[in-house]
Design a protein around this ligand. Sequence first.
Ligand code: MG
Length: 174
Amino acid sequence: MLSKKMEEAINAQINAEMWSAYLYLSMAAYCHDKGYPGMANWFTVQFKEEQDHATIFFNYVVSRGGKVTLKAIDEVETEWASPLEAFQATLTHEKKVTSLINNLYALALEEKDYASQSMLHWFIDEQVEEEENAHEIISQLTMIGDNGYGLYMFDKELAARTYTQASPLANSAE
Ligand code: MG
C-alpha cells in the first residue's frame, strides 16, 4: 500500500509529466509554424514519451492500491525566439524534471518505500538521457547558427527520430 504522502507526490508527478507533454506539443506546433517539420517530429516524439511517463506513474499508483487524482494542466508557452531557444527551454525544463524525480526518490528513501525506489530507478536513468539529448541538439544548433542550409539539413536529421514505447510499459503489456 502506498502512503498518502507518496500517493500525493506521485499524483503531482503525473501532472508534471502531462504538463511536459503539453509543453513539447506546443514546441512541435511552433516548429511546424516556422517551417521545421523535422524538429516538430522530434518534439512530437517527446510529447508521446511524456505521456508514457505519466502512464507509468498512473499504472504504478493503481498497482499499489492507490488512487490517481488528475488536476488541471497549466498553460504552456507558445512562442520561442528560435528553434535553438526552444531546445534551450527543453534542457532547462528537463533539469527541473530531474530535480522533481530526485525529490520523489528522496521521499521514497525517507518512507522506506522500496517498491517506489525500484520504480524510480528507470526515471533516474531516463533523465540522464533526456538532458544529454537536449544538450547535444543545443551544441549542434549553436554550431549551425543562422546557416540556412545547415538548419535545413539538421531538420532532416531530426525528422528521422521515431517513437518507441517506454520499456516499463512495453514490459507490462506482456
Ligand atoms: Mg518525463
